[in-house]
Design a binder for this molecule. Sequence first.
Ligand code: 3UK
Length: 510
Amino acid sequence: PELQYPERLNCAVELLDRMVASGHADRPAILGAHGAWTYAQLLDRVNRIARVLREDMQLVTGNRVLLRGPNNAMMAASVLAIWKAGCIAVPTMPLLRASELVAILDKAQVNAALCAFPLKEEMVLAGSQSASLGPVVYFNDDAPGSLEELMASKPAGFEAVDTHAEDVCLLGFTSGTTGKPKGTMHFHRDVIAVCDCFPRSTLKSQADDIFIGTPPLAFTFGLGGLLLFPLRAGASTVLLEKLSPDLLLQAIQNYRATICFTAPTFYRQMAPLAGRYDLSSLRKTVSAGEALSVATRESWQQATGIQMIDGIGATEMLHIFISAADGDVRPGATGKPVPGYQACVLDDQGEPLPPGTVGRLAIKGPTGCRYLADERQHDYVHQGWNLTGDAYEMDADGYFWYRARTDDMIISAGYNIAAPEVEDALQRHPAVAECAVVGEPDEERGQIVKAFVVPRPEAEPGDALAKALQDFVKQAIAPYKYPRSIVFVMSLPRTQTGKVQRYKLRLGKW
Ligand code: 3UK
């Protein structure tokens, strides 16, 4: 792809003003509970919010603005307005508690906040403990002093702040699968570059597409898939505040959505319900966030006829960098580097490994990891290669196969066992709703394979089922990989982005 951008670049102008100027003004941009906003209407809102930021909240270029809210039109307009006003957006997951928010306010040295009214309580609590935080304005509310009211009194139009392509515009926080969230910095150029990679080469999105899905706009998976990619393509996006497998299927039917973004667990839950809805509009479905098992891929394909597009992305990389679509899909493999990115598998010394060997995944491309000052930048980036913390194997044809998070390789009696492989096998058993596998310290074997299983409602957990599951796994994969210990649980601990927190399972506390 052509990834040369001018030195002066404001990503909001690229994504929005340019679209309005090039004939998209009256096309629908954002659909949802608010109704529909065209590109021109979205631009008008963005300009007014940008004025509020600069004129009422007195912000200057480079200020950091915390952004809190559900996936809706005002939230989307606010991100774009923060960029257009030359400020840095710090989106946060709606469910964060005050103590977690305080950590982010401090770490990101936040100057101001735009916050959805229903999240006010936590915001006030956190704000009272922050030294840096200035003005806070609430939206999704028409009370005096609300963002909506301030916007209404502004004149139309706003001249974008002239930013450098390499000015930071986004602080993305990781979801904390291994503990405390880390902040990552992204430039205006990065925001446009991710739009010109995966969605163009792999997804092949077009102006008549209607995007829909579940990931929060506060998660770069959702920000890209449900806002940046649709805008860059001149397409429409459906933003949904309330989500469940049934509600998402219903919304796909109602809005005639064509492209869906969500995580494997959601596809797994939607597959058995899909037959009740008219999903004929749907063309492409993207799975990311966690490994997509062959079982989930197959159940979705059987239910809908759609071949899933798996893609691995990371907050550090901003979005997806390995993926495959259409005829290029190899079930079980994530795919090949997205055009624009390079990938290889390295050993612990940083030397490239030959095909067929499991090692550390390393990525180079137009986006990359820049942690906020206090993080361990050198653990992630070595000689320009981003080490994502994933154990991968490349085959002779250049396809990349996910094996595990590097921390989730279990070594038992000298065997290397990838936790997700055991999970895949378990998931194929009809009594298993969900499961997660970890290594448990063991005197004799070093570690043993331990499985946490959420049984389906009709299944009867107990010794008999545990034995049946063990036998089932021994039939499916090399017998030494079977879980020696099985624990039945009601649910699995997950991050707010939907990832299993295996470190909590290992600690036995959640
Ligand atoms: C894991 C996957 C196997 C992998 C993300 C798409 O997930 C995203 O970002 P996070 O920072 O986590 C990154 C880590 O998640 N992972 C993600 N996708 C896959 N593992 N197969 C996959 N398809 O361990 C990775 O290092 O929360 C995903 C776009 C933007 C994102 N931020």
